[in-house]
Design a protein around this ligand. Structure first.
Ligand code: NAD
Length: 478
């Protein structure tokens, strides 16, 4: 069993109370993590406050070199990141290696390179020059979810520290292992103490204490929309800088001119990657009625072929869901779908697996049809391996159906014509839309949602802007 400690002021520290961390693929207890409270948050804030001036006095170039060191050390531990992430979340090791481990390294490398390439803006007037300088905001409070644990934590820590802020971070209590690995890496490379502090515990205690702490000037939160609302209620009246990356119910639009054999693997990947637990997953699939009869059997056959099982096996397409409670929630939506008149075309139940996975939180990839696009199943975020299929009559009709939810995170359009696909994409009310692909990420582009999917953008210059205060110095010619 792994004993995890907080990482505060360059030291690993335990607490009196602990929380058990469970491997959802087997039900085994794998680790214990501190059940911290506002006292530990206060210690972390004190450490971050003390480290602030020295850290922000370093040049941007010096700070980028620290990011390079962290990236190198993380890269040397890629295999370990993948196996810990799989153990903690239940996701396949192959996926954790290809996505979680590699993106975590890439996040540090990317923000180091991107910040090095940053040149301050200047605006000339007839008689004066305006210099725009980016100053650190202060102490950044970073709160992350369980679905992509290190991927999302590193996505926030890297730009926060490169811009000269110090950090108090809280990973999800369900998936603390790789945040602890990052703390070890930060310790090993010798990052000045207090620059990054990691406090483990529950959202209602540690998360809430971070959000309400008066010395924390900025909150970057990724998680559910309900929690995001609570975070905003606390942080907004304190005028903190706030970025909220929240839930989604993303549409996948399949136009009639598509080559089905080419498109279906991508459409299925977008529905079921990480057991459907990616905020960007396309869980509402709108299909032109002209190709509906060909699409449905081909898609269902493809999904039936996806293998659910041992996360360590390279043959597994899907592993376990993150927890038993979460699987219960996803199953409750499958029951709701049936009550709402939906027909389960495949999946809908736990697969039969050999020990030690026979009691794990697994669920077969599930395809539902026959529901209104306005039904609860088709409009509420399920965040699991469940997709609903809906026919549409025209491109306009597809756009209208796609835009009918309160969410506005992402979407994808699949078409034989990139022009037609792009025209439809432009009408989708979300922060991101892919055409003939999905989760194809360039870290320079804005990432974030509209409507109930959040506020603010991160990525590239948007992250540098969010994690800094833009200050204008206007110098009049003498
Ligand atoms: P969650 O909202 O339950 O928890 C997210 C984090 O917030 C956790 O660390 C949790 O401990 C903490 N938290 C809980 N209550 C808090 C409070 N009162 N104050 C401060 N922090 C608190 O979300 P989750 O179940 O961990 O993650 C799943 C959700 O995250 C889904 O809705 C998914 O769509 C969303 N998500 C969004 C993105 C995105 O980029 N938009 C990315 C990944 C996940």
């Amino acid at each position: 069993m792994i004993i995890i400690q907080n990482y505060i002021n360059g030291k690993f520290q335990s607490t009196d109370k602990n929380i058990e961390d469970i491997n959802p693929a087997t039900g085994e207890i794998i680790a214990s993590i501190p059940k911290s409270n506002s006292n530990e948050v206060q210690m972390a804030v004190d450490a971050a406050d003390k480290a602030r001036n020295t850290w922000s006095d370093l040049s941007l170039e010096e700070r980028t070199q620290w990011l390079d060191k962290i990236a190198d050390s993380l890269e040397s531990r890629s295999e370990q990141i993948a196996s810990l992430e799989s153990l903690d979340t239940g996701k396949p090791v192959s996926l954790a290696k290809a996505v979680d481990a590699s993106r975590s390294v890439a996040n540090f490398r990317f923000f180091a390179d991107f910040a090095r390439g940053y040149s301050p803006e200047k605006f000339e007037m007839d008689d004066a020059t305006n210099h725009v300088i980016l100053k650190p905001v202060g102490i950044a409070g970073l709160i992350t979810p369980w679905n992509l644990p290190l991927y999302l934590l590193s996505w926030k820590i890297a730009p926060a520290i490169v811009m000269g802020n110090t950090v108090v971070a809280k990973p999800s209590e369900l998936t603390p292992l790789t945040a602890n690995l990052l703390a070890e890496v930060i310790h090993d490379v010798g990052l000045p103490k207090g620059v990054v502090n990691i406090v483990h515990g529950l959202g209602s205690e540690v998360g809430q204490s971070i959000v309400e702490h008066p010395k924390i000037n900025l909150i970057s939160f990724t998680g559910g929309t309900m929690t995001g609302r609570k975070v905003a209620e606390t942080a907004a009246p304190m005028f903190k800088k706030l970025s909220l990356e929240l839930g989604g119910k993303n549409a996948t639009i399949v136009l009639d001119d598509i080559n089905l054999d080419e498109a279906i693997p991508g459409i299925a990947r977008s529905g079921f990657l990480n057991q459907g637990q990616v905020c960007l997953c396309g869980s509402r699939i709108f299909v032109s009625d002209k190709i509906w009869d060909q699409f449905v059997p081909k898609f269902v056959a493809y999904v039936k072929n996806m293998k659910v099982g041992d996360p360590a096996s390279p043959d597994s397409d899907l592993g376990a869901l993150v927890s038993f409670a979460h699987r219960d929630k996803v199953e409750s939506y499958i029951h709701l779908a049936q009550r709402e008149g939906g027909e389960i075309l495949c999946g809908g139940k736990a697969p039969k697996l050999e020990s030690p996975f026979d009691n794990g939180a697994f669920l077969e990839p599930t395809v539902v049809t026959g529901l209104s696009h306005l039904s609860r199943t088709a409009t509420e975020e399920i965040f699991g391996p469940v997709v609903t299929l809906h026919p549409f009559k025209s491109d306009e009709n597809a756009i209208e159906m796609a835009n009918c939810t309160d969410y506005g995170l992402a979407g994808s359009v699949w078409s034989g014509s990139t022009d037609r696909g792009t025209k439809v994409a432009e009408k989708i009310e979300t922060g991101m839309v892919w055409v003939n692909t999905w989760l194809h990420r360039d870290l320079r582009v804005p990432f974030g949602g509209i409507k109930d999917s959040g506020i603010g953008r991160e990525g590239g210059r948007w992250s540098l802007g969010f994690f800094s205060e833009a200050i204008n110095i206007c110098v009049k010619e003498s």
